[in-house]
Design a protein around this ligand. Structure first.
Ligand SMILES: *[C@@H]1O[C@H](CO)[C@@H](O)[C@H](O)[C@H]1NC(C)=O
Ligand SMILES: *[C@@H]1O[C@H](CO)[C@@H](O)[C@H](O)[C@H]1NC(C)=O
Ligand SMILES: *[C@@H]1O[C@H](CO)[C@@H](O)[C@H](O)[C@H]1NC(C)=O
Length: 347
């Protein structure tokens, strides 16, 4: 069934370069200690298989990145009409993630950032034999601290993460050049946002936390933070076309009067549907029965999320801890209170 679908999409030249997100399906139970394990998994292209064979030890980090990409994508876009639910079907994807849409721009950037993030932190955690803590920053430490601890190895993460995430795009002949250029740009944006997020983190030492001595290192934030930066870029993504400008083809804004594309912009080629109503041909599941917020003015408001169809209200009883009393010494006793709350779902 899956093979038939994949063959059809190959004919159309549509194969997602993030099929490796399907590693969540089988990758979690593999021991990753024998190179033939690489062949067991759907979703890897030949260059990724080679990378897997040579760097078996990074595979658990890549599988973890696939899990994180799926969950963080859904969490970050939970208040949007397109809420990333279709990512669950990886390595099979629908038109929403195959056709060069704004949504695929977000997912590619996030996935590319996630692999690099996961490998960089695995170095720090001592999970990988060929890397360790990031190199000591070249900047002179500020007053009152010294470099120490174990920083995230962004350098190693970028090296291996880019090789892994970009290889389906570099090797595939089936992809149209425009889609390939779009996906490469978005992968690079994901990694750039991640690199820019590297921040100085410190720990205090000294008598009873007096902080007379402080050690600092460069660390990455949680992937959620990267995803939320990428969400802003998703909302501001630029529609582009692949056009000959000078000696070679480049991605340039489709509409006149739009500022030039920079290496910090997510880009897309095809318009998305409004995702209001179900339409399998467009990869839309619609927003019926989605919970909405009646008082919000954002994208999760009943007005926007339900696309003007209106909403149904129902009451739900929630049980909460309440009337808590502190007892000497040292525990807290609470009562259970029931409270009715109004909930709304899209018609
Ligand atoms: C790989 O791990 C499995 C399960 O832990 C074990 O049975 C097998 O002997 C290991 N293979 C090698 C080559 O270490
Ligand atoms: C996303 O939308 C789908 C389709 O409306 C819904 O079934 C799913 O529960 C939503 N997921 C989240 C995380 O809100
Ligand atoms: C609904 O939106 C309002 C305003 O943004 C917010 O304060 C409130 O917590 C939201 N309610 C729920 C149930 O998410």
């Amino acid at each position: 069934m899956r093979l038939v679908g994949a063959a059809l999409l190959c004919q159309l030249g549509l194969v997602a370069a993030v099929r490796w997100l399907g590693l969540t399906e089988g990758g979690s139970w593999v021991a990753w200690n024998e190179s033939h394990h690489c062949r067991l998994l759907a979703g890897l292209v030949p260059d990724q298989l080679e990378l897997c064979r040579r760097n078996l030890e990074v595979m658990p980090s890549i599988v973890r990145a696939a899990h994180q990409t799926k969950s963080v994508c859904q969490k970050t876009l939970a208040d949007m009409r397109w809420n990333c639910s279709s990512i669950q079907h990886a390595p099979s994807f629908g038109p929403d993630l195959l056709k060069g849409t704004r949504e695929s721009a977000f997912v590619y950037a996030l996935a590319a950032a996630a692999v690099t993030h996961s490998i960089a932190q695995a170095c720090t955690l001592g999970e990988l034999p060929h890397c360790s803590c990031g190199s000591v920053p070249s900047e002179v430490p500020g007053p009152g601290f010294r470099w120490g601890g174990c920083g995230d190895n962004l350098h190693y993460g970028l090296q291996l993460g880019a090789a892994f995430a970009d290889s389906p795009l570099k090797s595939s002949k089936m992809r149209t050049p425009a889609l390939k250029a779009m996906n490469l740009q978005n992968n690079a944006v994901g990694r750039q946002v991640l690199s820019d997020s590297l921040d100085t983190k410190c720990k205090c030492h000294g008598v009873s936390g007096s902080c007379s001595v402080k050690t600092c290192w460069k660390g990455l934030p949680k992937l959620d933070e990267i995803a939320s930066d990428l969400k802003s870029k998703y909302l501001a993504a630029i529609k582009v076309t692949h056009r000959l400008t000078g000696p070679r083809k480049q991605l340039v804004p489709k509409e006149v009067g739009v500022r030039p594309v920079t290496e910090m912009d997510l880009v897309y080629l095809s318009n998305s549907p409004d995702y209001c109503t179900p339409n399998p041909h467009l990869g839309s599941v619609g927003t019926q029965d989605r919970p909405c917020n009646k008082t919000s003015v954002g994208s999760d408001s009943c007005n926007l999320l339900c696309c003007g169809r209106g909403y149904n209200a129902y009451t739900e009883e929630v049980v909460e801890r309440c009337h808590c009393k502190y007892h000497w010494c040292c525990y807290v006793v609470c009562k259970k209170c029931r409270r009715k709350v109004e909930r709304y779902v899209c018609k």
